[in-house]
Design a protein around this ligand. Structure first.
Ligand code: NAI
Length: 291
């Protein structure tokens, strides 16, 4: 029975996952090395909860209960009494491994240690632990409170007990579980690579602009967001890194080759909604600036 959940990283995904777990009644500790990330997560949650009350989706007691379920902490040690921890920090294997091996010193032997990685090998992350059988991938989609699907990814070291508890927990959080194999990009991020990659190539070949490609995919293709809108939403840095990882992990299969356009956008800090500029421009609330 998972009651106390530790979340590592209070960015886009960590903050969203914290909201999901807190809404499900868990006691959540949200940890980040940056105080401003914790403050932003708290302020954003207040805005989200207020909007849900205004829309009549929750009442003010529920709002208070959810918000009170989350404690914002700035040391990893404070996650020590967690039954489950979910890591959502930068998509870098060495940094993740380092955090995992430190975390394991604080938590109990029974604590499940999960990663929200989009594309990295769970086997490799698990290998940083003394007890790798407690490690698993729990991959939410953005925005975590709205997206129903969660991929659960057992590594070859993962015990059946860990898998079962992870699946039951995610189902009890009112999400739909898809068990995926520990292969690069799992299911959704692998299928999504050509969606972004071909859109970038069409743009690079000079065939169409960002907005023309997005419009075509939405109006004719029936997608809710076009590829460039989606890359801006996810973050060009995060999205580029995932493509690079999947490309390398498939032994440089050209089907997954990253595009220079996205690399340059990422290097320039044109990250999308979170930086105010990407393929489109956004105001400080992340809303599209129309010209
Ligand atoms: P983000 O950049 O919004 O947030 C990352 C947070 O982690 C930042 O607040 C940063 O201060 C913190 N952080 C970095 N190193 C840390 C450390 N050593 N200890 C504690 N906190 C640390 O990133 P985002 O988008 O939330 O992604 C996080 C993870 O989730 C990545 O592995 C990414 O691939 C995955 N993911 C991202 C999705 C997306 O759409 N952005 C969707 C699904 C998974």
């Amino acid at each position: 029975m998972i009651k106390i959940v530790g979340i590592i990283g209070a960015g886009t995904m960590g903050a969203g996952i914290a909201q999901v777990a807190a809404t499900a009644g868990c006691s959540v500790k949200l940890y980040d090395t940056k105080t401003d990330a914790l403050e932003k997560a708290k302020t954003d949650l207040e805005k989200i909860m207020t909007r849900l009350v205004e829309k009549g989706k929750i009442n003010s007691e529920e709002k208070n209960r959810i918000q009170n379920n989350i404690k914002y902490v700035n040391t990893l040690k404070e996650l020590k009494d967690s039954d489950l921890t979910i890591e959502a920090i930068v998509e870098n294997i060495d940094i993740k491994k380092n955090v995992f091996s430190t975390l394991e010193k604080f938590v109990s032997d029974e604590c499940i240690i999960a990663s929200n990685t989009s594309s990295l090998s769970i086997a490799s992350i698990a290998a940083s632990l003394q007890k790798p059988e407690r490690c698993i991938g729990i991959h939410f989609f953005n925005p975590a409170p709205l997206m129903k699907l969660v991929e659960v990814i057992p590594a070859i070291q993962t015990s059946y007990e860990t898998l079962e508890t992870a699946m039951d927990t995610i189902a009890s959080w009112k999400k739909t579980v898809a068990v995926a194999k520990d292969t690069p990009g799992f299911i959704v991020n692998r299928v999504a690579r050509p969606f972004y990659g071909e859109a970038l190539r069409i743009y690079e070949e000079g065939n169409a602009s960002f907005s023309e490609i997005d419009s075509a995919m939405k109006e004719i293709g029936g997608f809710r967001m076009g590829p460039f809108e989606l890359m801006d939403f996810i973050g060009n840095d995060v999205n580029y890194t995932v493509t690079e990882t999947v490309f390398e992990a498939f032994y440089f299969d050209p089907r997954y080759r990253p595009a220079f356009t996205q690399k340059r956008f990422s290097e320039a800090g044109y990250l999308g909604r979170k930086s105010g500029i990407g393929y489109y421009e956004y105001d400080k609330n992340g809303n599209l600036v129309k010209d």
